[in-house]
Design a protein around this ligand. Structure first.
Ligand SMILES: [Zn+2]
Length: 183
């Protein structure tokens, strides 16, 4: 019985955390650029579809900066209709346990001060909604509620869901390939 071998298990690129899939594909500082790209590719699909389908009287804003008493907010999308305002954010967490639900709840909490601010300043109902797509392709069924709020018809929602899932998986594949190639 000897001392255990000390294997260098930390991340081969940032050396600051164990090299788990969750770290490599979700939080490694060296992969930030590609992690953002995955998010932006999903967002791009959503905003293009939403832009085409939107109510002519509604206003779709892309990554607006909004000042509030609780600081500045920059959600992915702001959709202002005649009766309501929807704050919408896209995120690609890793699947497993409560991660998908926690990501959604985290966004709702993060944007709650903005939601209140918008209700007060616009005098109409405001909601926070999310599009949560797992980095391995899981789809949060709540996403359909968000797509409906964006006035995207049901048949386009299914196509958009498939493409967004593909974009997330493809982004993850690219992150992993780059990660191991740059070792
Ligand atoms: Zn790392």
């Amino acid at each position: 019985m000897g001392k255990g071998l000390k294997l260098p298990l930390n991340c081969r690129r940032c050396h600051s955390a164990p090299e788990t899939l969750a770290h490599v594909m979700g939080t490694c500082s060296k992969n930030n650029g590609l992690i953002n790209q995955r998010h932006n590719q999903v967002l791009d699909l959503v905003k293009k579809t939403a832009g085409r389908q939107k109510d002519p009287k509604a206003n779709l804003q892309i990554e607006p900066t909004i000042k509030t008493a609780s600081g500045n907010f920059r959600p992915d999308l702001l959709y202002v209709t005649e009766k309501e305002i929807h704050v919408i954010d896209v995120t690609c967490p890793i699947e497993g346990g409560q991660n998908m639900q926690d990501s959604r709840t985290g966004k709702l909490q993060k944007y709650e001060p903005l939601r209140q601010h918008l209700e007060e300043t616009h005098g109409k109902k405001a909601t926070v909604q999310t599009i949560v797509i797992g980095m391995l392709g899981a789809w949060d069924p709540e996403n359909f509620t968000t797509l409906t709020s964006l006035d995207i018809p049901r048949h386009r929602q299914v196509t958009l869901a498939r493409r967004s899932i593909e974009a997330s998986i493809d982004g993850t594949r690219r992150i992993y390939a780059t990660h191991v190639r740059k070792a």
